[in-house]
Ligand binder design. Sequence first.
Ligand code: NI
Length: 150
Amino acid sequence: MAIREIVKLGDEVLRTKAKEVTKFDESLGVLIDDMFDTMFKADGVGLAAPQVGILRRICVVCVDGVTKYELVNPEILKFGGIQRGAEGCLSCPGRSGIVARPKKMTVKAQDRTGESKLYKVDGFTAVAFSHEIDHLDGVLFVDKIEREDE
Ligand code: NI
């Protein structure tokens, strides 16, 4: 268990497409635990591996402080509807604004053991899934902001 340093806007790693995870070993579990610790310490609700400098397709989400999602090689199978809400990002301190996201999403992802799981999420969890999965392709919420807070 360790807190990792969060990479900030301007670092090229945040703009690079992350690679698929192919090795489900102990170090993957350590990384996922570290990502949760780092996210909770920073009062975030989601974190993607590129934000800790690792270009692999991994993200963690926990919007209610209870339900912890670990998404390895996530794939969006379906999405629908639109919701707009205020967002921020641990890699973009001091910036926030309104972003449009899918209202509902069905996502397939592996866990740390490589087991495939299906998640049907909506509301703020869908926002967090969408935001974190974007990070894996080098997309940041500031690219999608419709109205930025001053
Ligand atoms: Ni973010």
